[in-house]
Design a protein around this ligand. Structure first.
Ligand code: SF4
Length: 441
């Protein structure tokens, strides 16, 4: 670094969208203070690695990324989930790291940066964009509404890593949403560890926004976000009873008719062992009711197969549930013990080959259901959001397609005057296992 050049920071962001939002906040602060963000370790004065510690493969990936940064640069700060849960393990493997902080420890990260690489003092330096630094394409953005989780699911160590639920005041969230929309964002993806619990920790405390008093509560937030001229999509909604109140808001168009609701299993015995709500018959009734209220509703969920103690009977119960619930989008994992998770001490570990076999059977059943659900779109007209315009086709997403995790809508043909971030009307004409094909209306 020369005397006049701004200090340069290399940044690596690993893990889930919630971690990505943390990275964006740290990068925004770094840019605001005049640091330059560079893409190569070799030319950086310092590297920050934002780690993930969700499952063992993520831990390995994080430890490897720290090692790579140390070899290439030598001056490394570590932050994120792994820093919160396994600081000693990081130090044992990489004693040269300059500092370690936990998840969403923005101020602590900045203190460490200041200690090892002081910020430049130039009042004219770096006018940065009001929406901050974004790692997603310009037309969609993740909006984090809370941190941490008050649940105690036995397979999960996120509450230990990220702490108890802390909701952001509703006014602060709405100001950020408005800023994002002003900057050109067309879809807001609401994320947190537990979106349905928003505001519970502050007892739905009132906040002021635009001269009005608003409760910090998920239904209020959805109504307010629904005033913005963009798509709003809810992720990670725990199956609380009050989720039912969100469905009419979807039917009324305040928010996309898309519910990402991790159910994890359908056997009551296994759900109890997971410390999750265990009434799967009621869940089926609720899904039926939701579809009556909002026929457009697209349901996404995730499940774990091969959880300790899962018998063939439990697994069959899960397959039966899938057949009855006919969810649109489903992700599944074979259970993998995460260090520190309570489930590791449960009896009845399922052998690896049985877990993998059940995962394959599960995905086979769901593949057919997903195909059938997509077939139901044929002949329907819908609005899609353009993600990319390629030589001879448009790649877009419909209301039922979250970026990165769901399918896409392909529209063949050369298009004039259409850009990423535009909404266009199409008629669905074809489908395969994951994606839809359409023609312009
Ligand atoms: S609700 Fe989600 S984040 Fe919270 S403990 Fe359960 S799995 Fe983990």
């Amino acid at each position: 670094m020369t005397d006049t050049a701004p200090p340069r920071i290399g940044f690596v962001s690993l893990g889930c969208p919630k971690n990505l939002v943390d990275s964006e906040r740290i990068l925004t602060q770094l840019r605001a203070e005049g640091y330059e963000i560079v893409a190569r370790y070799e030319i950086a004065d310092l590297v920050i690695v934002n780690t993930c510690g969700f499952i063992d493969t993520a831990v390995d990936e994080s430890l490897d990324a720290i090692g790579e940064a140390l070899v290439a640069n030598g001056r490394v700060l570590v932050t994120g989930c792994l820093g919160a849960a396994r600081a000693e393990e990081i130090l044992a493997r990489h004693p040269q790291v300059l500092g370690i902080t936990g998840a969403h420890a923005y101020e602590a990260v900045m203190e460490q940066v200041h200690a090892h690489l002081p910020a430049p003092h130039d009042p004219f330096l770096d006018l940065f964009l009001p929406q901050g630094v974004k790692l997603t394409p310009c037309h969609y953005a993740y909006l984090k509404i809370s941190e941490g989780c008050n649940q105690r699911c036995t397979f999960c160590i996120i509450p230990r890593m990220r702490g108890r639920l802390v909701s952001r005041p509703i006014g602060e969230v709405l100001v950020e949403a408005e800023r994002l929309v002003e900057s050109g964002v067309r879809e807001l993806l609401i994320v947190s560890q537990d979106t349905g619990a928003y505001g519970v920790d502050v007892r739905y405390r009132a906040d002021i926004h635009g001269g009005r008093v608003l409760e910090t509560r998920i239904t209020t937030l959805v109504r307010e976000l629904g005033q913005l001229p963009v798509w709003v999509r809810l992720h990670y909604v725990y199956p609380y009873p009050h989720v039912d109140n969100l469905i009419p808001l979807m039917a009324e168009g305040h928010v996309l008719p898309y519910l990402d609701i991790p159910l994890q299993h359908a056997s009551e015995r296994i759900l109890r062992a997971m410390k999750r709500p265990a009434a799967s018959e009621q869940m089926l009734d609720r899904i039926r009711r939701w579809r009556e209220i909002c026929p457009e509703l697209v349901l996404r969920s995730t499940f774990i197969v091969g959880f300790p103690g899962e018998t063939e009977e439990d697994f069959d119960r899960l397959l039966d549930f899938l057949q009855e619930a006919r969810l649109d989008r489903v992700g599944a994992f074979a259970y993998s013990p995460v260090e520190g998770a309570a489930a590791n001490t449960l009896p009845g570990a399922v052998p690896e080959e049985v877990r993998q076999d059940r995962l394959t059977r599960f995905m086979d059943v769901q593949a057919q259901i997903s195909r059938d659900r997509l077939a139901g779109w044929i002949g329907r007209c819908t609005t899609v959001l353009v993600d990319a315009v390629e030589d001879a086709r448009i790649v877009a997403r419909g209301p039922g397609d979250a970026p990165e995790i769901d399918g896409q809508v392909f529209i063949e043909g050369a298009w004039e005057g259409v850009d990423a971030g535009d909404f266009i009307e199409v008629e669905i004409t074809g489908y395969d296992e994951h994606d839809l094909y359409a023609e312009p209306v």
